[in-house]
Design a protein. Sequence first.
Length: 608
Amino acid sequence: MTTSTRGPVRPDGTPIDKEAVRRKYLEERDKRLRADGNDQYLRLTGELAGYLADPYTSRVEREPKTDHVTVAFIGGGFAGLVTGARLKEAGIADVRIVEKGGDFGGTWYWNRYPGAQCDTASLIYMPLLEETGHMPTEKYAHAPEILEHCQRIGKHFGLYDDALFHTEVEDVEWDPEGSRWVVRTDRGDVFTATFLAMGTGPLHVPKLPGIPGIPSFRGHSFHTSRWDYAYTGGDPSGAPLENLADKRVALIGTGATSVQAVPHLAGACAELYVFQRTPSSVDVRANAPLDPEWFASIATPGWQRRWLENFTATQTGAGDGEDLVMDGWTDLARRMRERVLSLPPEQQTLAGMQAAMEDADFEKMEEIRARVDAVVADPATAEGLKAWYRQLCKRPCFHDEYLDAYNRPGTHLVHTDGKGVERITENGLVADGREYEVDCIIYASGFEVGTEYTRRAGYDVTGKDGVTLSERWADGMRTLHGTHVHGFPNLFVVQPTQGANLISNVPHNLTESGRTIAAIVRHVLDTGSCEVEVTAEAEQAWVELLLTHPGRGVIGSPDCTPGYYNNEGQDAGLRAKLNVGYPAGAAAYFTYLDGWRSSGEFEGLTFR
Ligand code: NDP
């Protein structure tokens, strides 16, 4: 591989042996590769279905709906809220959001574990701040504030009026006679909608690790997305988990959720055992309250869109160097950009640029590993907490108390070196042949990602020729812009893939989709049409464009340690190739989409 001008160095200035680090990365990946990939995880059905129960809101009985609405939206998270808001702004009075949780919020409804917080800066992560006139309290908002903001959006735009909570869609079918969708739910609803939009979220179906014996455990257990405060004490705003003072607790998993929960558990439990299969990279958080005076100075009309565009440009290397957010997400991108720009002309090749980016990554990861040594007192624990992969191989984490939590008496890292927990017994867990007896097991084991869209959604959609969405997408997703599917008129899918695919700030994708959908619905209604559908040719042309994508770089690479970013290390074939965004990048996509939408032509869609 070509080398960039200045070789990468450690924080102490010594050179990094790149070959040795690359070798170590591959060794650590190989330890974790397993043939069963996504199939290793357990679905929460049958005897495990109890893990899905909603601990936060009780179910309210109601009469089934049998009416008609202009727009039905499945999912009451950010996707439904921002699309609903844009539709209301466009004058669509009846927008019905159907949500399986007991309120709006989506991921922020479910994830109320202690310490839950967003890793993306609140000024760009929390949608519609300008419209609702809200100033976040912190650079990185905590979960209760984000949930409250979801409720604020719901109230501000009148989305509560027609919402159906604790309602799961079971089936959706196109009625060609009436040019409308028929929606059936688990509450006996059978209602119709002229338009149907779906924003069911990428990470909302909790999964359990594939560890034998889970049902045999006789103590207490729950998944982090259904936190049992009745058992632990405390509350989502961070009150101490006082009921755990005499409890031995096991936490399985060390992803982004665990990193935030561990500091709270460490102080509260009699003994805390954190079972780690793969360490997360944990960079600096540096959270701070937002200063109202400073906020007033930046919050001039159009401010949030400027910030969104700046973050996206900085993240994707398309910026002019100005970085408004300045954080861990933009830091690596800034470093890569600086290295690439400093390359001499003869090294300004694809290989030269990749080498420069890898050098920036080596330095970043050495800093993150050096931070572990600087904070964690016990050398063996520190060694176990070091992440040996490129920063974007797995979801990067940011925290200033996580590593220090391992210095507390009673907090133990059980580093299984890639093997994970062997089995669960009546009394506890077995790892590396040793049994750990505990009172409670908390599963911080994440959510289904690599499974089929319709399996995760919990329902299938039958389009105009009787073909279901799962049949249509059997070999991978096919859309225009990630939103429109041929054969499925008046349907909008709201999610990032095949659009901008910007995963460091998902709401930016959703905000733009909401704007687009509102413009299309308005156009259909204003022109007296009944149906809008993407043509087969336009969909095919978009898919072909996506297939020219150079690949997702580090994210999704088979060289990475397995995880949901790379389909657990398994080649997903065409599905993976289609699981990309606009080849020219997120910033270019948003510019393109803006032009496509504002022209009023909606090229590729037919209206009839
Ligand atoms: P993850 O999927 O990221 O983590 C699951 C954890 O469970 C991993 O550490 C995994 O190990 C571990 N695990 C799986 N199987 C076993 C096993 N058999 N034995 C031991 N450990 C096992 O889930 P999270 O809930 O942490 O996060 C999901 C996503 O949600 C994040 O990636 C992020 O996108 C989002 N999130 C965002 C937050 C934010 O913005 N602040 C906060 C929390 C979550 P391994 O790595 O080896 O697979």
